[in-house]
Design a protein around this ligand. Structure first.
Ligand code: TRP
Length: 341
């Protein structure tokens, strides 16, 4: 086995359907890049582009999102000598394992998956005769593909948002059934890691920043656009000179997710002293812009050099497959699909 086998394996996937925004950065990208610098950890970060096909059947959007997300992680300093960074679709062992797991996974387990249940509930609310209307096998089996992502590399820890905890439990279930049926310790039991300290950023309208609410600030928009978006952040009608409450303010929340403790404390005093909204917005824009300028330049340069991104991801896929391929051989033997001689 490889030297990485005694390290804690941390794995997470990013579905490639959108453009990364400030909320993604604060909630997922920044903590993941920091975690990957821990020498006791081997991290596996991948573009979940097979998952993207479930939600998005616009090939240009999937393609663009893969490139943008890869460029974002690289521009923000992911060290790919350290972390194994790859595209899910470059690892053919993953869909192969998906099939093996499908054959041990109870259909009833999938009936209970939140995403599937939500889609059925929507059909029922809309009064559709067929509760499964518009639901593909991809959506139904989504947790099996996700289990394969995780179990392929025997990940110990899987950092995810709350909404994904159920999927990790399902992966544990499939791991246990496979081990039991085929009488061996093939798969470790993965654990979901939900970091309570990680901030959930609010968006322009004050609700959670999310692509589905169309209230995001994309990470690498132009300076002009960034200013425009910051000016759009919802505030209240208090006048300059009137004290303002930082703790209920989206603008302040966004600022504090980026600023140091001292800078945040200083801004808090400004709120109490009645800083005007226009002034506060200018300050937040200046701050964000100063911090995003360099990564934005690197991001633009990366997008202009897709060959480089391709090479980085291929190298990541080679490293990932050097583990996945021999493991898949073992699994084939386990289920009776090994070579004859
Ligand atoms: N389903 C996850 C999400 O939407 C993305 C994902 C795919 C993932 N495969 C994974 C996350 C494996 C962790 C581990 O956020």
């Amino acid at each position: 086995m490889t030297a990485s086998s005694d390290k804690t394996r941390v794995l997470t996937g990013i579905t490639t359907t959108g453009t990364p925004h400030l909320g993604n950065y604060v909630g997922a990208i920044k903590p993941a890049i920091a975690a990957s610098q821990d020498p006791s950890v081997q991290s596996y970060y991948f573009l979940a582009d097979l998952h993207a096909l479930i939600k998005c059947q616009d090939p240009r959007r999937v393609e663009a999102s893969r490139l943008e997300i890869a460029a974002t992680w690289l521009a923000l300093g992911l060290d790919t000598d350290n972390a194994i960074f790859y595209r899910q679709s470059d690892i053919p062992e993953i869909p192969e394992l998906t099939w093996m797991l499908s054959c041990v996974c109870a259909k009833g387990l999938m009936n209970r998956a939140h995403a599937y249940k939500a889609a059925v509930a929507e059909n029922e609310e809309a009064g559709n005769q067929d509760p499964d209307r518009g639901i593909t096998m991809g959506l139904f089996g989504y947790p099996v593909l996700m289990a394969a992502d995780i179990l392929m590399f025997n990940a110990h820890r899987v950092p995810v948002g709350r909404d994904q905890i159920q999927h990790i439990e399902m992966a544990r279930d499939m791991a246990g059934r496979f081990n039991h049926l085929y009488k061996g310790q093939y798969f470790a039991q993965p654990e979901a890691v939900v970091d309570e300290r990680v901030q959930v950023l609010n968006g322009l309208d004050g609700r959670k920043m999310s692509k589905s609410y169309e209230n995001t600030i994309p990470l690498f928009v132009s300076e002009k656009k960034l200013l425009k978006l910051v000016r759009k952040i919802k505030t209240n009608s208090l006048e300059p000179g009137e004290p303002k409450d930082p703790d209920t303010c989206t603008l302040f929340q966004i600022y504090s997710a980026f600023a140091t403790a001292e800078e945040t404390a200083a801004m808090r005093s400004e709120y109490e002293a009645g800083i005007g909204w226009g002034e506060a917005k200018n300050r937040v824009f200046e701050y964000l812009n100063a911090h995003l300028r360099e990564p934005r330049e690197r991001y633009q340069a990366l997008l202009e050099d897709p060959g480089h991104i391709e090479a980085v991801l291929r190298q990541g896929a080679d490293r990932a497959r050097s583990e996945a391929a021999p493991f898949m051989d073992r699994l084939r033997h386990a289920v009776g699909l090994g070579r004859f001689v």
